[in-house]
Write a new protein. Structure first.
Length: 135
């Protein structure tokens, strides 16, 4: 049910923006990180229902997935999450998917071999490209 809580936060933020600015939100884009573990269908459905019952009624939205990226703290090399975990067992990949901060315990930099890896994209949820009009 994380999807509903996330949807409430998104709609509340847009409602607050609309109220404070005196503008009407027409559309927005939701970017969901690959590792967020959110069900996009449930998030979309929750957003639709909450939008229609709020001051941002009628606003259109799209949802897209942001691929996860990993950066080496030693050499600065960036790679896709899938590249960083390639070669690991299914169990190790699943562990890292649920606990991304453990990536340094299982994977190493493809360029320099360092274990100083951090997930730098693809974990969160953000609202982008809000289009609005004056009241």
């Amino acid at each position: 049910m994380h999807e509903y809580v996330i949807a409430v936060g998104i709609v509340e933020s847009l409602r607050e923006f609309s109220f404070r600015s005196g503008r009407v939100v027409k559309s927005f884009r939701v970017v969901v990180g690959e590792l967020s573990m959110l069900n996009l269908e449930q998030l979309s459905e929750a957003l639709k229902r909450l939008i229609e019952a709020s001051e941002v009624s009628g606003a259109q939205f799209s949802i897209e997935v942001e691929p996860a990226r990993v950066r080496c703290g030693t050499c600065g090399y960036e790679m896709a999450f899938s590249e960083a975990v390639s070669g690991l067992s299914e169990e190790e990949r699943e562990t890292i998917h649920f606990l991304p901060d453990l990536i340094a315990s299982y994977a190493e930099c493809r360029r320099c071999g360092s274990l100083d890896l951090r997930v730098v994209e693809g974990r969160g949820v953000s609202v982008r490209d809000v289009i609005y009009v004056e009241h």
